[in-house]
Design a protein around this ligand. Sequence first.
Ligand SMILES: Nc1nc2c(ncn2[C@@H]2O[C@H](COP(=O)(O)OP(=O)(O)OP(=O)(O)O)[C@@H](O)[C@H]2O)c(=O)[nH]1
Ligand SMILES: [Mg+2]
Length: 463
Amino acid sequence: MKAKDKAVSTVGNPFMSKWSGALPDETEEETQERLQELQEAHKRSKEIDEFLQEGKRIIDQRKRAVKILLLGQSESGKSSVLKNFQLAFAPRQFENERIVWKTIVQLNLIATIKIILDALKAEWESDSSLPRTPLGDPLPASPARNLRRIRLGLSPLFFIEANLMKLLCPETPDSRDVCVRAGSGWKALLSARRKSSPNRGDDLGRRRSQVLNNENDPTFVLAAQRDDIISLWSDARVQEVLERKRLRLENAPGFFMDDVARIATLDYVPTDSDIIRARIRTVGIEEHHFVVEKGADANSDVFITDVGGSRSQRASWVPYFDDVQAILFLAPLAFNQTLEEDPRVNRLEDSLDLWKEICQNKLLAHANLILFFNKKDVLTATLAAGVWVKKYVPSYADQPNDVIHVTKYFKNKFRSVHKHLSPIPRPFMCYETSAIDIDSMAVLLIGVRESILRQHLREGDMI
Ligand SMILES: Nc1nc2c(ncn2[C@@H]2O[C@H](COP(=O)(O)OP(=O)(O)OP(=O)(O)O)[C@@H](O)[C@H]2O)c(=O)[nH]1
Ligand SMILES: [Mg+2]
């Protein structure tokens, strides 16, 4: 073959175009060989450039990654803040999980219905003082009979609930709340309900095929009993019983009784607000990763670790203190509430004690601590209902019983702990939040992420 037949292309290679001419004393064949080598060297150099570019991109992405640990007592709002993060930064991922939350909202609704029916049963069916019919029914029969009819109609729901709870929380199927063990694949389990069943032989596959079963779907029974549920909740006698028993269900997490007309339908799809308000107790520790989907920081990573906040779970937080840039500590200003796991302990006192432990923990000496005084809406409603802070916190004495003064009082307590117990000085960052206010949370979380990132980059001397 003649040398010019295999002439090497010089297009796109600056060296080649410069050196493509023949050198003195060089045969045409030698010229072509030299050009071939140059071409290969250029290709390798391009590959190295691309490799370095990719490496730089990955390092940049890592540098812009934000790692957050959510801490706080149970029901403080950690998982709700996590959902707000997802909604603000990864709305497509949030959208994909919408179907999962349908079942959780339904389970929350069923749990409340059960509480109401149990309260009524105790009130209306165990009254031995009521005269009885020859068949043993108490008289007057109408409320009790009506209640029994409603309960009968709803009874399939309780089987479904029990089945779902067994599948979702196999370790604590009798728990009052829906609780899910971190890493158990519960989202995959529920999202598969309306998809075809993947034929997996493992535990998740087996549980999936059980959940996939239409008999485990509360939608049909809820839709069929919708009117009864609505009339149950709007019945003045029912409200009177709940009031007398001090069952303030409206203030409980996962309360959806005011939304039954919308939720108990065949085509119900949870809204963003439903999802944020849905209650699931976290058991264990779950690490979440999502990629920012839009904006200047698109494609950067966010890692959020969510923990179970009840007292028995707090010892398991420690291994996660190692590799964290910032801690978001949730402290609801629930001055008049007690812990569910220990009703002798005031929630706010517990939050302050926990805050002390976190502030003085040497492993966390360099972590940014960001305090969220959460459930501000609940505080506002509690004070508006005329509940006096000094009744629960005597040291508050006769200071004004309004949101501004109460918040300031507790903020000062948390600030003082932070100042005196932090092993090394660090700024006190604190925000008043209501995790159910999605729009305000989005604005706040964008700012919080930005400030964590800036601090992280500054510490690493990267800006
Ligand atoms: N009204 C109101 N409800 C809130 C707020 N923040 C959270 N909640 C609700 O409170 C309940 C508990 O919130 P979660 O986020 O599950 O609490 P958590 O801290 O993750 O609790 P554990 O998983 O048990 O540790 C949920 O039903 C939330 O919707 C808030 O600011 N206002
Ligand atoms: Mg949680």
